[in-house]
Design a protein around this ligand. Structure first.
Ligand SMILES: [Zn+2]
Length: 299
């Protein structure tokens, strides 16, 4: 009996020791983990601080901040874009990023913000969905044909503009204004069937991404690039802004707007914004980023 008691006591002692060892092991491991995680956090915050101070000290940052259209909210994007295109000037970096060229067309998209009314941006990053304006007005046979509707404010401005041109002996007619989602879907499908999607994308919007669907764009007289050589085009160059219209897809800025040069496509934005856009020689995409959104975050 004595021997078996001793054995029993021995077993209990071993169990107690094993338990104590296990507790010590767990607590040491816990401390190690804590230490490890505090080191990682420390490193992370140091890295972030390093990054910020690197950006602040980067001589390119000063150059970017000196740009007229610099936006604080885009600083990190400017830096990344600059890293990809070190040969670009700060002016080009700011312009391109403000126009979202660091994003992927038709992939990085968000719903178009229609709360800006006639200053809403509709392009390959801003999706209208199946939106249909509520205040479409028919221009009537004197001012156009085909898809002959625009939103009321744009329609009234168009008629005023056409009347002023008529007084100068010139005829301005809308040949395509408001186009529904379904109409645009068919148009794009037929163009991409004929020319392939890559080419169609240079001159036609996919459904949901057309200014025509917003009822704020008009194609005037002819969808032929020779329209640029007409007196009517010259008149529009001089006076369209006085009626609130801008040439939306100018020559040489295809990359910014995402569209080939379209001398016939005019967008209604209102008189003051139109005059400012012409005065500053910028696209509506840039105007929207800087003057409409400003520092309001976009993505
Ligand atoms: Zn058009």
């Amino acid at each position: 009996m004595k021997i078996s008691k001793r054995i029993g006591l021995g077993i209990v002692c071993i169990l107690v020791l094993a338990l104590a060892a296990w507790v010590v092991f767990l607590s040491v491991r816990g401390q190690e983990n804590e230490a490890a995680s505090s080191i990682t956090n420390g490193e992370a915050s140091t890295n972030l601080a390093d990054q910020n101070s690197q950006i602040a000290q980067d001589p390119r940052t000063a150059a970017l901040k000196a740009e007229k259209y610099f936006l604080e909210r885009n600083l990190v994007r400017y830096q990344s874009y600059y890293d990809l295109h070190p040969d670009f000037t700060p002016t080009v970096v700011v312009r391109d990023v403000n126009a979202n060229l660091d994003k992927t067309k038709y992939v990085d998209v968000k719903p178009a913000d229609l709360s800006y009314g006639v200053l809403s941006l509709i392009n390959k990053y801003n999706d209208l969905g199946e939106y249909q304006p509520e205040d479409l007005v028919d221009l009537g046979a004197n001012y156009g044909s085909g898809h002959n509707m625009l939103r009321r404010e744009a329609a009234e401005a168009f008629i005023k503009m056409a009347e002023a041109a008529r007084a100068d002996g010139l005829i301005l007619r809308n040949i395509s204004g408001y186009r529904s989602y379904a109409v645009q879907e068919n148009l794009y499908a037929s163009y991409s069937l004929r020319d392939g999607a890559a080419l169609a994308d240079t001159y036609s919007s996919r459904a949901g991404y057309s200014e025509h669907q917003a009822g704020l764009a008009t194609d005037i007289n002819s969808v032929d690039t020779d329209f640029q050589y007409t007196k009517e085009f010259g008149w529009l160059q001089e006076y369209a802004a006085d009626y609130g219209f801008i040439l939306r897809y100018p020559e040489g800025l295809e990359e910014i707007t995402g569209f080939m040069y379209e001398p016939w496509h005019y967008r209604y934005v209102g008189v003051e914004p139109a005059r400012q856009i012409v005065r500053e020689g910028i696209t509506f995409d840039e105007y929207y980023a800087y003057y409409v959104l400003g520092e309001k975050s976009e993505w």
